[in-house]
Ligand binder design. Structure first.
Ligand code: ADP
Length: 579
């Protein structure tokens, strides 16, 4: 079990108080004992000094019996042992024992010190009386003559008894001090630990999500300031959480209401957010927390996500999922390294597109036969027309019929090219050969318009893989336009090889195209000058077909033009090595 803060603080303080008290007790007792023994030693020294002259007289005169009697009497009177020892160590007199029965005292530490240092002190066990004693000895000297040593001593048991009493008194005082300080510590610790425990338990509650928890303190001072700041901080956090929660709910509400299926992945590919529309298309009750490949089992989608993550960019692709066609947009969020996937259902649009295309193709096919018949009959009538007026009307009918036939033909061509199942009939093709053939077709018209053709083909050009029929169709449209929109000058066709491409430049000296129109000329039915285009039998579909054929060959087209000076179309077709 974990100890409470109070218990920890209190036990700590308790140990410190007890350790301090006992150290002080031990040290002070030692100091007292030392001081007491020093005082007693000083007393014994003074006693020696006081009785020394009398003792000296007895020793000088050799009155050993009187000396012994005097010592015994004095020793009993002052409760102190007195001993006189001659320089060789023989005891001359002793207040406690018979000197004749006593050992030689020459080697007693206090006697040695007295003779060598002028004063000896020792605290030791006495083998004569069989007790611990404090000894003080002084030499008996007169005019440099040594007569012996005077020793005074006290029984240590008396000293110990006094010190014992002192010890009990000190211990009692220390115990009282300990009890008082521990009691005081108890209250002080409780006063400080209570608000801290309160703070800890409240912060735990807050960590568990209870933002209404508050610290209540009934004390003044810094702890109250701390509690107030803590409560204010908790309120701020609660407000922030509430704000964040409402923002999240709002966001989730918006996401749920989005009709398009939506998916957000974290950096590991785990789903962190989806909406109901998404769950519906993947037939999953829950998707959050799973990896996207566990939920989306379509390889195309997985590839698209991987591409977006690798390139850290945005990708869009049309993908069929559950019999519906979706425009799948994958976006990479650089900041959070997350991926957002949105699926737009384009099934209806695709169906409509198909219906429209089918309609155009069907109508075009239906119109082709009657239009050809009309043209045939108009030509017959033209041959038989006698009247000039009649012939003029018939020519107008033929011109419009031609234009209709061209439109129908171009529409059929475009829809064929756009067909998903359309495949190019590829073979190895020489672009200069195709150009050669095409120029032949336009020879009459060029002569009629008095426009020269210049062909420059580099030697040893590589062949390209292409559909001859479609490539011819593409170049015919470009050369036809060049002739149509050029009144004088020349048309130059240059074929070269550059950076893995066969590059064909078709340059004319015609009316040119303004920069604003350039970007739009490849759109279907886009014509710069409607009346001129109609007049020249244009359909507005020629360049759309050109662009389509080139992209089917994995090539590209570029156009540069200066109004009044001419236009240059550049076609790039990949050579086999780089195709
Ligand atoms: P169209 O059948 O009308 O020629 P295209 O799709 O072939 O339709 O061309 C679209 C438009 O681009 C034309 O109407 C014309 O205005 C312009 N255009 C195409 N080629 C040339 C060119 N060589 N010189 C000037 N304008 C051109």
């Amino acid at each position: 079990m974990r100890k409470s803060l109070f218990a920890k603080l209190f036990i700590g303080y308790f140990c410190i108080i007890v350790a301090l008290s006992f150290s002080i007790l031990f040290l002070s007792f030692r100091a007292f004992r030392e001081q007491y023994i020093n005082t007693l030693s000083a007393h014994l020294h003074n006693l020696c000094v006081a009785i020394e002259p009398k003792i000296m007289r007895y020793v000088e005169q050799g009155k050993l019996q009187e000396l012994n009697a005097y010592i015994k009497e004095l020793g009993a009177a002052i409760n102190t042992r007195l001993t006189v020892v001659e320089p060789e160590g023989r005891v001359l007199a002793d207040s406690e024992e018979d000197p004749a029965a006593m050992n030689n005292h020459k080697n007693r530490p206090e006697i040695i010190s007295a003779l060598t240092a002028g004063m000896g002190r020792s605290l030791r066990f006495s083998s004569t009386v069989g007790e611990e004693m404090l000894y003080v000895a002084l030499p008996l000297r007169k005019e440099d003559r040594l007569f012996g040593t005077l020793r005074t001593s006290l029984f240590l048991k008396e000293i110990n008894a006094f010190l014992g009493n002192l010890k009990t008194t000190i211990i009692n005082a220390a115990l009282i001090a300990i009890v008082l300080s521990v009691t005081l510590t108890f209250f002080i610790t409780r006063r400080f630990s209570r608000p801290l425990s309160n703070l800890i338990s409240t912060s735990k509650k807050i960590a568990e999500g209870d933002f209404d928890a508050k610290i209540q303190l009934d004390q003044e001072g810094e702890l109250l300031d701390l509690a107030r700041s803590f409560n204010e901080m908790t309120e701020r956090i609660r407000d922030l959480f509430a704000e964040q929660r409402s923002q999240k709910e709002e966001l989730l509400g918006i996401i749920a209401s989005i009709q398009e299926p939506l998916l957000v992945l974290d950096r590991d590919g785990k789903i962190i957010l989806t909406n109901d529309s998404f769950k519906k298309i993947v037939n999953a009750q829950t998707a959050e927390g799973k990896f996207y490949w566990e939920v989306l089992r379509k390889t195309q989608v997985i590839d698209l996500i991987q591409r977006a993550v690798e390139a850290q960019g945005n990708f869009t692709e049309e993908i069929e999922l559950q019999e519906n066609v979706y425009l799948v947009s994958v976006g990479f969020l650089d900041m959070r390294k997350e991926v957002v996937l949105i699926l737009h259902d384009v099934t209806e649009i695709k169906k409509l597109e198909k219906v429209k295309k089918d309609f155009v193709v069907n109508v075009s096919h239906e119109l082709r036969t009657p239009l050809t018949a009309i043209k045939g009959f108009v030509e017959t009538l033209e041959e038989d027309a006698s009247d000039h007026e009649q012939a003029r009307y018939l020519a107008i009918i033929r011109k419009h019929t031609d234009r209709l036939i061209n439109i129908v033909q171009d529409l059929i061509s475009l829809s064929e090219l756009e067909e998903a199942s359309f495949k190019l009939q590829t073979e190895t093709v020489s672009v200069p050969d195709i150009i050669e053939e095409i120029v032949k077709i336009f020879e009459q018209r060029l002569k009629k318009k008095n426009i020269a053709v210049e062909r420059i083909c580099d030697k040893g050009l590589p062949l390209v893989q292409g559909d001859v029929f479609r490539l011819e169709q593409m170049f015919i449209n470009l050369v036809d336009n060049a002739i149509k929109y050029t009144e004088k000058g020349k048309i130059s066709i240059r074929v070269s090889h550059d950076d893995g491409y066969i590059v064909t430049k078709i340059q004319d000296t015609g009316i040119g195209i303004s920069p604003g129109e350039l970007s739009r000329i490849f759109e279907r039915f886009y014509v710069v000058d409607k009346s001129r285009s109609k007049e020249l039998g244009g359909t507005g579909l020629g360049l759309a077909i050109v662009k389509h054929i080139i992209s089917l060959h994995a090539g590209k087209i570029d156009v540069k033009s200066t109004p009044g000076e001419g236009t240059c179309f550049t076609v790039f077709l990949p050579c086999p090595a780089t195709a």
